[in-house]
Design a protein. Structure first.
Length: 209
């Protein structure tokens, strides 16, 4: 019996050693897999935090839009207000407002863009906190029953194109606005659309912007 054990002892040692090596390799792989999983989770967390910091610094997908607010008890009086929408602050906000119904000078059958530039209204608003609404001081609205304003809003995170329409109905004013992304090669995306129920529509039920 001892002779048999002695004969197979080297093989037994090799088998046991091999098994230990296999188990050790498997355990190391398990630990490495766990370490890789933890590393991937940490990397993903770092990426999310980096994106959040970037969005906080630039404004992310936040935007703002101009609307006309009625004064309580004064149905014919209103103020122009810029309203923030989104989770992140907006920086370096400015407005360029053009009245498309303003009589612009025409030279040799062409619109005089120098005259257009002179008559556009530019407002430097600065920064806006999330959900903040600020009154735009100094915006003189035309004395008409129908007010149409085309607005370009710029901020650190991009540009917004807005069309704002205000129509007098009797002694009340009704409003419609639509704001879309602007200034890039992608198809403009509607960010917000607000239309009062009483706002005039065409035969198809659509607002004629």
């Amino acid at each position: 019996m001892r002779e048999i054990l002695a004969q197979y002892a080297p093989a037994f040692v090799i088998v046991v050693g091999t098994l230990i090596t296999i188990i050790g390799t498997f355990w190391a792989a398990v630990r490495q897999t766990n370490n890789n999983r933890v590393l991937m989770q940490k990397n993903e967390r770092i990426r999310e935090l980096s994106e959040k910091v970037s969005e906080t610094m630039t404004g992310g997908d936040s935007f703002c839009y101009l609307q006309l607010l009625r004064l309580d008890g004064e149905p014919s009086l209103f103020q122009a207000a810029l309203t923030h929408s989104g989770k992140y602050p907006l920086y370096d906000v400015s407005l360029t407002i053009i009245d498309p119904d303003e009589p612009y000078r025409v030279v040799e059958g062409k619109l005089d863009w120098n005259d257009v530039m002179k008559k556009q209204h530019v407002f430097r608003v600065g920064n806006l906190s999330p959900k903040q609404t600020t009154i735009v001081q100094g915006l003189a609205l035309p004395q008409r029953d129908v007010i149409r304003l085309n607005i370009l809003i710029s901020a650190r995170n991009g540009f917004i194109s807005e069309r704002l329409r205000f129509v007098q109905q009797g002694n009340m004013w009704v409003q419609a606005l639509t704001a879309t992304t602007a200034g890039n090669m992608n198809t403009p995306r509607v960010l917000i659309e607000k239309i009062d129920d009483a706002f005039p529509r065409n035969a198809e039920g659509q607002v004629e912007w």
